[in-house]
Design a protein around this ligand. Structure first.
Ligand SMILES: Cc1cc2nc3c(=O)[nH]c(=O)nc-3n(C[C@H](O)[C@H](O)[C@H](O)COP(=O)(O)OP(=O)(O)OC[C@H]3O[C@@H](n4cnc5c(N)ncnc54)[C@H](O)[C@@H]3O)c2cc1C
Ligand code: SF4
Ligand code: SF4
Length: 412
């Protein structure tokens, strides 16, 4: 795993501190805790060891998810959801830049002394490099998504050593889980947590191989996103854009372990322990914001007058696509070839899916159910003894809708 031996100032107010090497761990996304002085805290902090979502949801939001409330079974505890865009959209942002603008506002208003976020590595734009940002203008350096594991929480100790008392952290779910599990003992006065969803990640090296399949000049690709309209969007350094329907992607040429077991069995797609989650999956071409608690309202309030916002929409029916996904995942896990659509039919279905497939919140629900199905099938095949502790009850409830139920010994 990446090691950054010396600290580095990337821009005024954007510091990448040096960090210790990661301790090798089975099922680990290098959130950074194993690089801290007390690396044994992994046992208490890790979402892959013995997570307790209901207890942490109750501690962070005042209550665990209420499965009787519409959509909480899927998206975790929340107060409200929005479909939104930042006006104007920011140059270099993954979507419109709401996430980094929130960090900027927290610094501008003095609510925090520092923001922990992820910038591109100076030697490789796709390699995530955790940074401590202390100047509002420095947040622009963090815009955009990098594929790879970022030891973000290794910055907690340097941040404390520099005297920062009030922090904001922008992180993906496996980082936020460990942060919340340890929050009470970290010694900060206040931590604001802005989460992004995350459904799949892989090493930066693997990601470069993927880019190599998409273009003869992968080094010219500056942007990539798996959009909610079933297309991957790629942008190039010369300003060109390409949109490839998911069905036309060269996924069969990727190795079976392209996505590691951690991400294939990850149960927290929507970052349920963040104060607010900023993504795109339920946003129908705009961003998707889930405000989870009072602090999330306070953070979002900092963008008063800067957002175009509306309630999120929902259309289509996810049942068929999710049931098809279950069958295909079972076949693949059993060593059988995937049932692939004939090549001639793929462009047609690729064109049709954005029009008739699940959209908006229905698309996000579909992804949650697919992730639940994946977690059960992949863990059952590759790490069955982990199932009992790694799969929370709400994930079983999502999978059970498609007939996938626990077997003896798989639940506590
Ligand atoms: C690996 C990965 C997978 C994702 N999958 C989904 C998904 O399936 N559905 C969905 O709705 N959203 C997903 N997201 C979030 C999405 O890519 C956008 O970050 C989000 O929509 C915010 O857009 P923005 O324009 O507000 O962000 P910007 O203002 O451009 O800011 C991007 C933020 O992402 C952070 N970041 C970038 N790379 C990493 C990294 N490797 N690890 C941790 N943080 C990072 C930066 O710190 C920065 O604050 C994913 C993000 C990552 C990193
Ligand atoms: S807590 Fe973080 S560093 Fe420790 S094992 Fe889990 S993911 Fe890895
Ligand atoms: S899919 Fe889950 S485990 Fe993998 S990087 Fe994203 S949040 Fe972490």
């Amino acid at each position: 795993m990446a090691q950054v031996p010396d600290g580095r100032l990337l821009a005024p107010g954007v510091w990448a501190p040096g960090m210790a090497a990661a301790r090798p761990r089975d099922l680990c996304t290098d959130c950074g805790i194993s690089r801290t002085a007390d690396h044994q805290r992994c046992g208490r902090a890790c979402q892959f060891i013995r997570p307790d979502y209901p207890a942490l949801e109750a501690r962070v939001h005042g209550r665990a998810r209420d499965t009787a409330r519409p959509d909480e079974l899927f998206f975790g505890p929340f107060r409200r959801m929005l479909r939104a865009s930042l006006l104007p959209p920011r140059e270099g942002a993954q979507w419109t830049g709401i996430t980094t603008r929130l960090g900027e506002r927290l610094l501008e208003t003095g609510a925090v002394d520092a923001v922990l976020a992820v910038a591109p590595h100076p030697d490789d734009r796709w390699r995530p490099l955790p940074v401590i940002v202390t100047e509002p203008a420095g947040m622009a350096q963090c815009r955009g998504m990098r594929m790879g594991y970022a030891p973000l929480l290794s910055l907690l100790e340097p941040a404390r050593a520099r005297g920062h008392r009030r922090l904001a952290i922008i992180g993906i779910p496996c980082q936020v889980y460990a942060l919340r599990a340890l929050e009470a003992e970290l010694g900060f006065e206040r931590i604001y947590v802005i989460g992004t969803p995350c459904s799949d990640n892989t090493t930066t090296e693997n990601f470069h191989r993927f880019l190599g399949l998409l273009s003869e000049r992968p080094e010219t690709i500056t942007y990539l996103e798996f959009r909610a309209d079933y297309h991957v969007e790629i942008r190039f350094a010369d300003g060109r854009r390409r949109e490839i329907p998911f069905l036309m992607l060269p996924l069969s040429e990727l190795p079976g372990d392209f996505f590691p077991l951690t991400c294939r069995s990850c149960v927290d797609y929507t970052n349920v322990l963040a104060d607010l989650t900023v993504g795109y999956m339920g946003g129908e071409g705009e961003q998707w914001i889930i405000v989870r608690n009072e602090r999330g309202e306070e953070i979002l309030g900092l963008l008063d007058g800067e957002l175009r916002a509306a309630p999120p929409g929902s259309a289509g029916n996810r049942k068929g696509p999710v049931a098809g996904f279950l069958k295909n995942t079972e076949r693949a896990a059993g060593g059988l070839p995937l049932r692939r659509m004939p090549r001639w039919l793929r462009p047609l279905v690729g064109w049709l899916m954005p029009k008739v497939g699940p959209r908006g919140l229905e698309f996000a629900r579909a992804r949650l159910e697919m992730k639940a199905i994946e977690s059960v099938i992949h863990l059952r095949r590759e790490a069955p003894r982990r199932m009992k502790h790694m799969i929370p009850a709400h994930v079983w409830a999502l999978a059970a809708r498609y007939g996938l139920r626990s077997e003896p010994g798989e639940q506590p």
